[in-house]
Write a protein that binds this ligand. Sequence first.
Ligand code: GLN
Length: 285
Amino acid sequence: MKYREILLAGEEKLALQNILDSKNDAWLLFEHIFKMPRHKYFMNSNDECVDEKLYKDYLDAIEIRANHIPLQHITKTQDFMGMTFNVNENVLIPRQDTEVLVEKALSVMKDCDKVLDMCTGSGCIAISIAKLKNVDVTAVDISSKALEVARENAKNLGVSNVTFIESNLFEKIYEDSTSKNCNKYDIIVSNPPYIKSLDIEELMVEVKEHEPRLALDGDEDGLKFYRAITRASLDFIKSGGYLIYEIGCDQGEDLRNIMVENGFIDIEIIKDLAGLDRVCIGIKS
Ligand code: GLN
């Protein structure tokens, strides 16, 4: 079979199973399996594929994706902020929208800042901040399995200025906290679980059945973690420091209220590339 026909068959199979972005996913799996960049494909698309093993691997990968397994669980990676992160079923797959949060954090950051990332998951936020600015980052997650992935990512990306801590929100940080730990962070960033429990059923199969519920479920009104983190953050952010969240597109006003109730000032809601509310930032007065 010609490469062109193999790719087309992959596209058709994914489209038939109602895979969103079927064409793109068929291509990304093709590139992943055949290790063939776009320009090479354009030159060779009419060649016969003689490697039976790769052909079979591609069909297998398409079959898995057709069953609504996320693409990134097949390729085992997701790019974020120009870096490649390893992912598995124990971490939320990094979203492009989350780059808005990282960019905002970088824009308010000074070189000597100390940063804490609450609910780090794959570590994509903490690690990209640590890599792009020479700052010390503490990355916290409740899941030891997520932290395994995050630690591996830091190592692969040559990042040594992130300290990983397993903790239910600030619990461990409180325990460790001496006066030297209190109010020591210039910036706290977080992409906590923020989907309303009942809304999880409405999400794509890829998300609701294959991404960790622990990373998605924000309780009844989706705001549980914002309330808890905002309240506790007052003990850990320096006066004049920032709290920066990723938020759901309909949570801007709720977040503004939570931040105001906790005394934050200069609160700003920032939109993502789709024009939807995505990030909330405020200053601890
Ligand atoms: N943005 C994620 C989604 O689209 C949710 C992330 C989260 O709950 N922190 O499913």
